[in-house]
Design a binder for this molecule. Structure first.
Ligand code: PMP
Length: 478
């Protein structure tokens, strides 16, 4: 492990042994990150990058308390969860204390995909239904069962190797800015109602086919669809329709949970709903693989009554539980939820100010440390500024060493969800570079428009000149 590879050697070995299907950030010029601390990542040459996208290292990269707790536990015991261990029960207790009372049974797993897969199994056992409702552009993980309910990936699977099964019903993503029902035509409550009606109609179709609803799954704020905040009243109405039809509601909090929204610990809470199953992962282990499914006693009992003996080799091992307990401790100890609210509000307000000077910003949306900036070519048509968004992402990295990404169906939404220790100074740094890049983009646009005008003027002068010459020729002939 002493030998350090050069970046070229790493790239060479990666090309040789790692599938190109495995994604890299900035794949044209990938970063080789060798260490990280708080919201900063350092490359092999010692350059420090401001990390605005890693929501996994939730309490800050390599947080010393989390690392110490992991090391302490790994020296004492790491085994599977078929033995009694305090870490597992203490973690379950702590997690349920953050959730509505009815969510009191915890299953510990290793990844968000596993959590959603288990959530599907629980829902199937409980409802005996077959049909599943998911949002367009949603992503719920990489294993086959959850790929089925992840249109984000299904849509891009050009060879058709993973097609949507008939039992999966895709409803529109409730995007009030560029979705089916928009804020330039409908009021916020109308938008919520209209998108919820889509779910109601889907349930009616399921019943017309003589089938039964099993579940509705959604992130409480949709990250993959382009940082979408649920429209007013939407989730509440949808949950009612789903419950009335005998289905269960699953809140995927894998990206957005653990205090990120600032006002609450879980992103479903501001929506005033109580899911039947909550799945969580990513931030839970600050980079260490640990995830969970939390559900009601009734749902869990049905699972057990089927004769199911659930066993997961690594899920709930003492080290993973020690790490998750440490993360919960740090969130509380460092008041990171309150911090996310304060810095998040500062951030969104600053970007809204910038928006007043740059028509390329069509919409700014977010909650806490979860922000989306929708770039447009025209505020009226809302034509997505995809290429411009790519320029922003690239220049942020190349010129200012600020890491952000883009997302959404048109890849034109600048997406940020940094570690929770992200500061107001970091926001200032981000905003000042964003202003500089947008100024340049606007200059280019003005130059292009001026260029077009000059071209047109030249063309008309040329044709006038041609006309004169022709007249001259005509005159000469005549
Ligand atoms: N749900 C959501 C919303 C996610 O964003 C992801 C991962 N990006 C997953 C589930 C799957 O998590 P994992 O990669 O840990 O399997």
């Amino acid at each position: 492990m002493d030998k350090k590879l050069s970046k070229t050697e790493t790239i060479h070995l990666r090309k040789k042994h790692i599938s190109e299907a495995c994604q890299l950030f900035f794949k044209e010029d990938p970063l080789k990150i060798v260490r990280a601390e708080r919201q900063y990542m350092v490359d092999e040459d010692g350059n420090s990058y401001l990390d605005c996208i890693n929501n996994v290292c939730h309490v800050g990269h390599c947080h010393p308390y989390v690392a110490d707790e992991a090391c302490k536990q790994i020296r004492i015991l790491n085994t599977n969860n078929r033995y009694l261990h305090d870490n597992l029960v203490l973690l379950a207790k702590k997690l349920t204390e953050t959730l509505p009372e009815k969510l009191c049974v915890v299953y510990l797993v290793n990844s968000g995909s596993e959590a959603n897969d288990l959530a599907i199994r629980l829902a199937r056992h409980y409802t005996r239904g077959t049909e599943m409702i998911t949002l367009d552009h949603a992503y719920h993980g990489h294993v086959s069962s959850v790929m089925d309910i992840s249109p984000y990936k299904l849509n891009t699977n050009v060879d058709g190797s993973h097609l949507k099964p008939d039992f999966v019903h895709v409803v529109p993503c409730p995007d009030s800015y560029r979705g089916k029902y928009r804020d330039d035509k409908y009021s916020p409550t109308e938008i919520g109602q209209k998108y919820a009606e889509e779910v109601k109609e889907t349930i009616s179709k399921i019943h017309q086919q003589g089938k039964q609803l099993c579940m509705y799954i959604a992130e409480s704020m949709q990250s993959c669809g382009g940082q979408i905040i649920m429209p007013e009243g939407y989730l509440k109405q949808v949950y009612k329709y789903v419950h009335d039809a005998g289905g269960v509601c699953i809140a995927d909090e894998v990206q957005v949970g653990f205090g990120r929204v600032g006002s609450h610990f879980w992103a479903f809470q501001p929506e005033g709903v109580e899911p039947d199953i909550v799945t969580m992962g990513k931030p839970m282990g600050n980079g260490h693989p640990v995830a969970a499914v939390v559900t009601t006693q009734a749902i869990s009992d049905k699972f057990k009554a089927s004769g199911m003996q659930y066993f997961n080799t690594y899920g709930g091992n003492p080290v993973s539980c020690a790490v998750a307990l440490a993360v919960l401790h740090v969130i509380e100890d460092e008041k990171l939820q309150e911090h996310a609210l304060r810095v998040g509000n500062y951030w969104i307000n600053k970007v809204k100010e910038i928006m007043q000077h740059f028509p390329i910003i069509g919409d700014v949306r977010g909650r806490g440390l979860f922000l989306g900036i929708d770039l447009v070519r025209d505020r009226n048509t809302r034509e997505p500024a995809t290429q411009e968004a790519q320029t922003v992402v690239r220049r942020m990295k190349d010129e200012a060493r600020i890491l952000i990404s883009s997302d959404g169906p048109y890849n034109n939404v600048l997406k940020t969800k940094p570690p929770m220790c992200f500061s107001e100074e970091n926001v200032d740094e981000f905003c000042s570079k964003l202003t500089e890049i947008l100024t340049d983009l606007q200059k280019v646009e003005i130059q292009t428009v001026l260029g077009d005008i000059i071209d047109n003027v030249e063309k008309s002068t040329t044709s006038a000149r041609d006309l004169n010459q022709n007249w001259g020729r005509t005159a000469a002939v005549s």
